[in-house]
Design a protein around this ligand. Sequence first.
Ligand SMILES: NC(=O)c1ccc[n+]([C@@H]2O[C@H](COP(=O)([O-])OP(=O)(O)OC[C@H]3O[C@@H](n4cnc5c(N)ncnc54)[C@H](O)[C@@H]3O)[C@@H](O)[C@H]2O)c1
Length: 320
Amino acid sequence: MGEMLKGKSAVVTGAGRGIGKGVALALAAEGAKVVVNDVGVPLGGDEQSSTPAEEVVAEIKAAGGEAIASMDSVADWDSAEKIINTCVDNFGGIDILVNVAGILRDRMLKNISKEEWEAVIQVNLNGTFYPIRHACNHMINKGNGRIINLTSRAALGISAGNSNYVAAKGGITSFTQAIALELGRKGVTCNVVFPAGWTRMTSSIPEDRIRVMCAQRGLTTKKEAEELPIDELGRKAFGDPGDPGALVAFLASDAAADINGQLFFAGMRQISRYVYPKPEFPERIIFTEHDCWTASEVARLFPNTIGKGLINPSPKKEKK
Ligand SMILES: NC(=O)c1ccc[n+]([C@@H]2O[C@H](COP(=O)([O-])OP(=O)(O)OC[C@H]3O[C@@H](n4cnc5c(N)ncnc54)[C@H](O)[C@@H]3O)[C@@H](O)[C@H]2O)c1
């Protein structure tokens, strides 16, 4: 067992399986006492089973670590408070909060229902805010804390057919920037990690898309992409779900005391850092010589200045 997080108490939400499980194991392997939180729901968020969190606790204990299961939902204000209190009451405080819990209800915008929109916002976005709100004063009072929010590169405009999920993950990404400014000066850091891993969430992606992805990215030959079992291809395309845990454990440690408000990707054996757009650094800029712009002036100048080289990510397809 490592000692990077010895003496620290942590909550990991959505830690019963997939990437959250990998995070909980990584924190425990570095000596943290971990609340393994998971309601144990299917991908769409319905029904409940307590087993995944308890199984991860058993695995941590078998490896010599300390952990306790929590089956409370992140998506409810009072129940999120219970998750944080489980850590404070059993481990004497909370030093680390990693928000991983998430669900999908993928639909094209024209088909999505109000309920499908709200369920995804409730678990992913509100389910990140509630635990943070309940944990932050413990961290502020201590003058030390680490908050790591797992979102998704889907929030960076690469994905269609899941606007509810993209809105939630984009919301978490911007929310993290705001609270990094508020809490950094109190000794509490807040960072975003976009993870990747072959989990039940990624295995819900249609098989043919994964086969095409493997061939296009050169992860396999075209023949292998057509013939290999989907689990083998999925692991090639998304990597081991335990992989992002190492970066999270590092960000949770004292060594990362000055890393705040940053965006990272972790998975597929790589770690990368992204730059969040800053208002001081627009990509291009034009000014008017008058007091105010007129629409005709914008139309005249736009194409050869800020409009130059723009690419429509989804150009209109003519009906056949
Ligand atoms: N797997 C990837 O490649 C990938 C990519 C980008 C983002 N993510 C994000 O990483 C996180 C983990 O993804 P995963 O692939 O491991 O998914 P997963 O479905 O395997 O795990 C998510 C866990 O969250 C739990 N959960 C759901 N609702 C909850 C609630 N209300 N309270 C507590 N727990 C709840 C589920 O029971 C489940 O165990 C998600 O937020 C996901 O959006 C994953």
